[in-house]
Design a protein around this ligand. Structure first.
Ligand code: R5P
Length: 300
């Protein structure tokens, strides 16, 4: 035990050096509390405030989606290249090794299937269970203009309040009903509303023209969904245009895990988002990694 009488006077107080008070650079997040900032800094790289999230939560309303039939086999090898994993608690507990050391963005709303009205959601995870799962952020769908707009906004607000109590940020996901157009006017309305209602970051779709205005009008970071599977050159070009127009990265699912070479694709997406590569260079990388991936499969 330390002897109080032998304690020496401290010397290194640097009285002439003001204590550092660095700004937290992630858009709209400088006034948040330490725990909230620490969690956001695990998702968005502190070097460039960008992220490549891997979305594999599709089963919550559409069952065994192509590419996600066996999450343990197809998704686990991709996690090393993702900055965060967006997933349901069921898939996390059943299929992802707990040694995985990447932040989890936990899908926390649901309650409908593809057979019914999609906007009819409720909260599906108790905050206590999210804490138990060590969730880094919570995700909730918001259906602006949808049949159940009001209830989905209620879900967002409740999840934000519950998360705030524990220092866990919330990602709002703008769900767009079939009858609505994913243009800048609609996405600008939906993303801004989510931020004003307390979301710490928002997942939305890329649109042309006008995405730069959508991003500028949203006071917190935006990440884009990939949407339905596109040819690789188009998916990489969309990611490139999105980050150049102000998105903080992607939360991509089908355009990664439905590719012929998902490991190559997620690295190509990273090259665009983090490496500032052009889509053409990223596509070259995709092809060269794909052939290496194929060669190593043949070798097995
Ligand atoms: C939205 O409804 C869910 O979060 C999706 O499962 C996910 O966002 C879709 O990602 P992607 O469009 O890139 O497949």
């Amino acid at each position: 035990m330390a002897d109080a009488q032998e304690m020496q006077d401290g010397k290194n107080f640097y009285p002439d050096v003001p204590q550092s008070c660095p700004e937290f650079l992630l858009k709209g997040s400088n006034s948040l509390d330490w725990g909230m900032k620490n969690r956001l800094a695990r998702i968005f790289s502190p070097d460039n405030c960008r992220t490549v999230m891997l979305a594999v939560d599709h089963g919550y309303f559409q069952g065994p989606t192509t590419g996600l039939e066996r999450i343990d086999i197809t998704i686990t090898p991709l996690i090393q290249y993702a900055d965060a994993l967006m997933i349901t608690r069921g898939a996390l507990r059943s299929s992802i090794p707990p040694e995985m050391n990447k932040p989890v963005v936990l899908r926390s709303s649901g309650g409908q299937s593809i057979l019914k009205e999609l906007s009819n959601e409720r909260i599906t995870v108790d905050i206590e269970d999210a804490v138990r799962l060590n969730a880094t952020a919570l995700a909730v769908q918001v259906y602006i203009g949808g049949v159940h707009e009001h209830e989905s906004i209620g879900n967002l607000v409740e999840i934000v309040d519950n998360g705030n109590r524990h220092g866990i940020p919330t990602m709002a996901v703008t769900g767009v009903g079939k009858e609505l157009v994913r243009d800048a006017k609609y996405l600008g309305l939906a993303t801004r509303m989510c931020a004003e209602l307390g979301a710490h970051f928002v997942k939305t779709y890329y649109c042309e023209p006008g995405f730069a205005r959508v991003a500028a009008g949203c006071p917190v970071p935006l990440v884009i969904a990939g949407g339905k599977k596109l040819p690789e050159p188009e998916a990489l070009a969309m990611a490139y245009r999105a980050v150049n127009d102000g998105a903080a990265g992607v939360d991509m699912g089908r355009n990664i895990f439905q590719c012929e070479a998902p490991m190559a694709m997620i690295q190509a997406v990273r090259a665009v988002v983090h490496g500032e590569e052009t889509p053409e260079k990223a596509l070259d990388l995709y092809h060269s990694l794909k052939s290496t991936e194929e060669r190593s499969q043949y070798a097995q």
